[in-house]
Ligand binder design. Structure first.
Ligand SMILES: Nc1nc2c(ncn2[C@@H]2O[C@H](COP(=O)(O)OP(=O)(O)OP(=O)(O)O)[C@@H](O)[C@H]2O)c(=O)[nH]1
Length: 800
């Protein structure tokens, strides 16, 4: 699409104070209105001079060609803007489709607060529940969007937020509808600001019109009554958690809910939001430009600055971390240490590789030499930029708490998603001042990558295209680590795995059209795995040089978190993915915590055994060479490494052979094939429910877990406490709710929850659309890997 979006040069922050910075994400179910809301925020902040529209494919944050043509967000986009000199907002608009969940996961890792958006008709949807859980530790505000739609239910959605998301809430504003006396039509036109006691109205035909009026009890008794009840409910809720508020309420406001000052309410609400006790709720209709400015105020008023946020999760338990009012986070009492996390990598056609980082402490500067504690290598950073979606703005440094981008040829190959970067804040080559075994081993704990469940074969169009295919695939995975490239040991075929059919479709499109790879993609299949059914016997190796290893393998059933806590005699290490783990039993001879006798570090010994286990497990099981899943490698406590060995390559070879030998000793029926089981959520018109259920059980081997309708949320939720809280909360009448129409009249849609084997769900999107004439919506999430029964096994093998 040939158009350019103008990004206005506006007041660019240079001397921002830490308290003003807000690193926030916009999260929600697909189509809730995240990008539409972001677009309005940019417009009202003066960052753009026109409002883009997702349906016309001209928004600022959805800039990829695939995003613009499909009208959905695929990758999270970062943009920085100033809000009325009150807040410096770094905003990340995230995708809502479940296939792109990793984009949300990595954004959440670096964000301090979130705005969760709800479609007022659909309420709390499946992916919103998911991202809400993912962002459990992060303070959030809710925005109930699409209040202009027929069937919008503000109060119904608030109730669902309380009960389904188990949170205490505070209504910052409630919807205002104007009544047409002739048609009796209710039109959403504004909000009643509960804290400032005002009515704010917008003219939906003019995005720049805002009309703010004090509410007068004489002139509008009905609205004033709503305001009074909502304010009473708000203050009662806040009083439960804050005794000072109660004192001020009684002494200064004489127990009058309308007299308690807005600054006192805001201060309390801010504190309670920051510690995740309460979630403020606002409403609007972004598409009609209603309610966005109060949302921006709320971002500044209630969400944390980088000095009020949670501490990063690091691997050095002995390092002290504390916030300083002007310097930000200080780690290990070292004022000059800059610590940053790389959370996203993209390739720009002009600038090449770009690495998004969040600076946690200190300052990152142009041209400085930095150290990657993951690769254990130093490198020099080129230019630093701040991104305005796809438009970069060059900057000289990134301060504590900020989000920006590293560019320059020297970063290529030196930094990937999840790496921690250390730099000296003042001295260009100041790395020498950090201790090799102390600061330079600090890591911000890794970003977890979800399990890919679908696979597609990728073949070069001709032999001559093989090298460029491999290069392009490598690039694809660097940008999106939730894609995985493997080679089938038996057939030699290259396999690309991802989170869903759409994920692979988009990846294939990018591979061919953006990266220019000359490849053919095969048909999408399910990623099967194999596991072992019983423990192997202990396999031992020893030699004259002094190596000694006894290794056994065990199937892993149940949650690793529970099992790994059981013993302190062993150390657990993840083998990257597929729920495989390494256990190093404690060897009394060598203790990494005390005197260490070997030339090789403990870390390098473990790293080589991790690598050898991964290679051995990739060779696959005996049934169909599917990679191994849910297996433990146990290195018994008598392990021994010669004192003077400097390189770990022999360890790698020895342990790999021992593991492969153990696996080979098992016979075929001591292996099982595992298949992905998905949890399925379908919202369907009641009229279509019968046909959808019949199809699910007969054609898709589904187990139906529940069928609910929206009105039964209260009954379906067995969370008594939150049911009670929702009942006590003042909620205005949902005046347009009765306008909701389905093909069967006013009956609300049904929600089906089921469990299905993924192999039965290929191309289900198309099928559901044809069964329901497009009136149903579904989301599917990976639930677990499950052993395949023998009759299904034949079906699977025949299908390959
Ligand atoms: N009626 C109405 N439609 C809206 C409103 N906000 C957004 N929409 C429409 O809802 C659809 C989805 O909007 P998006 O902004 O793309 O939603 P999203 O949450 O960013 O979607 P993904 O990023 O793909 O998950 C578009 O057709 C919008 O025009 C609103 O306030 N009222």
């Amino acid at each position: 699409m040939g158009f350019a979006v103008k990004v206005l040069s506006q007041f660019v922050r240079r001397h921002s104070t830490l308290e003003k910075i807000r690193n926030i994400g916009i999260i929600a179910h697909i189509d809730a209105g995240k990008t539409t809301t972001t677009e309005r925020m940019l417009y009202y902040a003066g960052k753009t001079d026109r409002i883009g529209n997702v349906d016309h494919g001209d928004t600022i944050t959805d800039f990829l060609p695939q995003e613009r043509s499909r009208g959905i967000t695929i990758q999270s986009a970062a943009i920085s803007f100033d809000w009325r000199n009150r807040g410096e907002i770094n905003l990340i608009d995230t995708p809502g489709h479940a296939d792109f969940s990793f984009e949300v996961i990595r954004a959440l890792k670096v964000l301090d607060g979130c705005v969760t958006i709800f479609d007022a008709v659909a309420g709390v949807e499946a992916q919103t529940e998911k991202v809400w859980k993912m962002s459990k530790q992060i303070p959030k505000i809710c925005f109930i969007n699409k209040m202009d739609r027929e069937g919008a239910g503000f109060s119904r959605t608030v109730k669902e937020i309380i009960m389904k998301l188990s949170t205490r809430i505070a209504l910052v504003n409630i919807p205002y509808f104007s009544l047409n006396p002739q048609t009796r039509e209710q039109k959403f036109e504004g909000v009643i600001d509960i804290i400032n006691k005002k009515l704010i109205k917008w003219d939906i035909n003019d995005p720049d019109s805002v009309n703010v009026v004090e509410l007068d009890p004489i002139k509008d008794k009905y609205l004033f009554d709503q305001l009074s009840k909502a304010r009473e409910s708000l203050i009662e809720t806040l009083s439960e958690f804050d005794d000072t508020l109660v004192e001020t309420f009684l002494e200064e406001a004489n127990g009058d809910y309308l007299k308690l000052s807005s600054s006192v309410i805001n201060r309390t609400l801010r504190n309670l939001t920051l510690d995740n006790t309460i979630t403020p709720i606002l409403c609007g209709a972004s598409f009609k430009n209603v309610g966005v400015q109060p949302l921006l105020d709320a971002v500044v008023d209630y969400l944390p600055s980088p000095i009020e946020t949670k501490l990063p999760d690091i691997n050095k338990k002995n390092f002290v971390m504390k916030f300083d009012h002007s310097k930000g986070l200080i780690i290990n009492n070292n004022n000059s240490m800059c610590v940053a996390l790389a959370f996203k990598v993209i390739t720009d056609p002009i600038r090449g590789l770009m690495v998004f980082v969040r600076v946690y402490s200190g300052t990152l500067k142009n041209g400085f030499t930095v150290y990657n504690t993951t690769t254990k290598k130093p490198f020099k950073i080129g230019k630093l930029v701040r991104m305005n979606a796809d438009v970069p703005e060059e900057i000289n440094h990134l301060n504590t708490g900020e989000i920006g981008v590293l560019t320059g040829s020297s970063i290529d190959g030196n930094v990937s998603t999840g790496d921690t970067i250390i730099s000296h804040s003042m001295k260009k080559d100041g790395l020498k001042s950090f201790k090799k075994n102390e600061e330079l081993t600090l890591k911000i704990n890794p970003i977890s990558v979800p399990e890919p469940v679908f696979t597609v074969t990728v073949e070069p169009k001709s032999l001559g295209n093989k090298d460029s295919m491999e290069k392009s695939l490598k690039r694809l995975v660097i940008e999106d680590p939730s894609l995985r490239v493997t080679v089938d040991e038996e057939t030699g075929q290259t396999l690309l795995s991802g989170m869903g059919e759409l994920h692979l479709e988009i990846a294939g499109d990018k591979l061919v059209n953006t990266l220019g790879a000359k490849v053919e993609l095969g048909k999408v299949t399910v990623s099967y795995k194999e596991t072992i059914n019983e423990n192997t016997s202990v396999e031992s190796y020893s030699d004259d040089k002094g190596y000694n290893f006894s290794i056994s393998l065990e199937p892993l059933d149940g949650s690793v978190k529970d099992i790994s806590k059981q013993s302190n005699k062993e150390m657990w290490y993840s083998l990257g993915s597929d729920n495989n783990y390494l256990i190093m039993e404690k060897n009394d001879k060598y203790d990494p915590e005390n005197e260490w006798l070997l030339q090789l570090t403990y870390d390098s010994i473990v790293n080589s055994i991790v690598s050898s286990s991964i290679v051995a497990f990739q060779k696959g099981g005996k049934i169909s060479n599917f990679p191994l899943h849910s297996c433990l490698v146990r290195v018994h406590s008598n392990w021994q490494v010669p004192i003077d060995v400097e390189k770990p390559s022999e360890i790698l070879e020895i342990t790999r052979n021992v593991i492969i030998k153990s696996l080979n000793k098992l016979v075929t029926n001591q292996y099982s094939v595992l298949q992905p089981i998905m949890s399925l959520n379908i919202d369907v018109d009641p009229n279509d429910m019968g046909v959808v259920i019949r199809d699910l059980t007969s054609d898709h081997d589904a187990i139906i877990l529940s069928i609910d309708d929206r009105d039964s949320v209260e009954k379906a939720e067995d969370n008594l406490l939150f049911n009670k809280i929702a009942e006590m909360q003042y909620l205005p009448d949902d005046v347009t709710l009765n306008l909701m129409k389905t093909s069967t009249g006013n009956e609300s849609s049904k929600h089906i929850k089921a469990e299905v084997p993924l192999r039965k769900m290929i191309a289900y999107n198309k099928k559901l659309r044809s069964l329901t004439q497009g009136r149903a919506d579904f989301q599917m999430y990976f639930e677990k890997m499950e052993r395949v029964t023998s009759d299904h096994l034949k079906e699977i093998i025949d299908d390959l």
